[in-house]
Design a protein around this ligand. Sequence first.
Ligand SMILES: *[C@@H]1O[C@H](CO)[C@@H](O)[C@H](O)[C@H]1NC(C)=O
Ligand SMILES: *[C@@H]1O[C@H](CO)[C@@H](O)[C@H](O)[C@H]1NC(C)=O
Ligand SMILES: *[C@@H]1O[C@H](CO)[C@@H](O)[C@H](O)[C@H]1NC(C)=O
Ligand SMILES: *[C@@H]1O[C@H](CO)[C@@H](O)[C@H](O)[C@H]1NC(C)=O
Ligand SMILES: *[C@@H]1O[C@H](CO)[C@@H](O)[C@H](O)[C@H]1NC(C)=O
Ligand SMILES: *[C@@H]1O[C@H](CO)[C@@H](O)[C@H](O)[C@H]1NC(C)=O
Ligand SMILES: *[C@@H]1O[C@H](CO)[C@@H](O)[C@H](O)[C@H]1NC(C)=O
Length: 445
Amino acid sequence: MSGMIEVYGSVWIECSHSVLVWWLCLCEKTLPLFSVSRIVLVESIPEGLEFNSSTTHPSIFQAWMNLMNEARSSVDIASFYWTLTNKDTHTREPTANQGEAVLNRLAELSGNLSVRIAVNTPQEKQPRHDLRLLNDSGAHIRTVNMKELTTGVLHTKFWVVDKQHIYIGSANMDWRSLTQVKELGVVVYNCSCLAADLSKIFEAYWFLGESKSIPSPWPERFSTMYNKDTPLQLPLNNTPSNVYLSSSPPSLCAAGRTPDLQSILSVMEDAESFVYIAVMNYLPTMEFSHPKRYWADIDTQLRRVAYEKRIKVRLLISCWNSTQPVMFSFLKSLASVYNPKNNLDIQVRLFVVPATPKQKEIPFARVNHNKYMVTDKIAYIGTSNWSGDYFVNTAGSALVVNQTASQSVESTVQSQLKAVFERDWNSGYSTPLTQHSNLKDFCYF
Ligand SMILES: *[C@@H]1O[C@H](CO)[C@@H](O)[C@H](O)[C@H]1NC(C)=O
Ligand SMILES: *[C@@H]1O[C@H](CO)[C@@H](O)[C@H](O)[C@H]1NC(C)=O
Ligand SMILES: *[C@@H]1O[C@H](CO)[C@@H](O)[C@H](O)[C@H]1NC(C)=O
Ligand SMILES: *[C@@H]1O[C@H](CO)[C@@H](O)[C@H](O)[C@H]1NC(C)=O
Ligand SMILES: *[C@@H]1O[C@H](CO)[C@@H](O)[C@H](O)[C@H]1NC(C)=O
Ligand SMILES: *[C@@H]1O[C@H](CO)[C@@H](O)[C@H](O)[C@H]1NC(C)=O
Ligand SMILES: *[C@@H]1O[C@H](CO)[C@@H](O)[C@H](O)[C@H]1NC(C)=O
């Protein structure tokens, strides 16, 4: 790493395209030994959930409010759908207050600076109050008809503020994602190179909002230099880091962009001791395809690294009212590979967010919606469920952070994410999935 520090100290390079330094991107226009880019894990912990653990992170609500307070010129948001108020969900829940505050603040900003929203084309019966309010306040909104374009949906959830700060994670633009659903995301402040790269993905959605077809190939301005083979090298929290953004489906990846599935498979491949995965849904199928199709790319990779490389694999999957029973058949199959005598170590646990009678009345809430993976080297924070559809036709994206080479005293994002996983895995909200588990007992409450 000494070569890297030398370059930091001697010259300022901003997102340089020069062949010599293209792999090195100093984010800030200042010239400190280390730049000031700051990365922060953020979480929504549903009302009433309590962990016996000191592992806590700022809330996603705080992160979004901070980002709006920082905003001076632009806010770009990629989103699946918008239901930030009680009005949208026909509820009268005090815990909708955070979502409502976000919507009001964003409406206020829409009059003063450039607010652009790319959203999946709403279905007939989906509420449109939020988008109408934002439009009336001056925001620019484009609907992306992913159904027509790829037979999928725009499922991505990220923010780019002032081409400087970014947020990416599992939370939808939904009040429940702030107080009633368990979510995980990440914010990177003061990082123009990463923000510029995420902007390219946003610009692709923005373009598709007015296009009847997907360009092939994508014009040059959408392409990137940063991917799994040539990541962006920069200091995050004073720690040398390799980072890149992946995107799905492959048809939305311009030249240079690593498709999300390739990113997941390569992170698993690169692991040397463990792969911990926390996702809401895990299915080796195309969930939404007709006729039904088997899709085992990720499943096969997990079994392979467990068998060939003796990697310890842990899957923390969500279980709630709407979980398809077939998911458990496939998870039991994966868990059946467990055999300590042969060094085969795959374990599955189900995470249940409990609900009081009153909380049960909130539709589509009380679930662990996390979508991340952490290995002994890498933190991967995404927006996709883990079934075939999300990698074949649905738009999603992920931030991959590699701080392997770090000698830093500050804790790395990888170690923070591992602590989140271990907190959840070891909590009373998780139950091991065994061949005998009767899911009715704890999932379908
Ligand atoms: C602009 O910002 C100010 C102060 O934050 C706010 O009061 C106002 O509603 C915003 N919108 C417009 C259109 O001025
Ligand atoms: C958005 O606002 C403009 C006026 O600024 C109006 O003409 C248009 O109909 C609005 N669109 C929607 C979808 O409400
Ligand atoms: C960005 O960096 C500047 C300069 O170091 C600092 O003043 C500011 O607080 C940082 N912004 C955020 C959101 O961390
Ligand atoms: C689960 O679904 C049933 C029937 O749709 C509903 O009555 C119940 O409140 C739901 N429970 C939760 C926790 O969402
Ligand atoms: C993930 O999958 C569930 C179940 O199919 C679906 O309800 C949800 O919309 C998907 N993901 C989101 C919203 O992130
Ligand atoms: C992580 O970074 C290290 C050190 O730079 C590198 O050797 C390794 O290949 C990287 N891993 C991945 C998955 O990018
Ligand atoms: C916290 O600890 C108490 C006492 O050991 C236990 O009953 C409870 O289930 C724990 N809660 C979680 C979320 O792990």
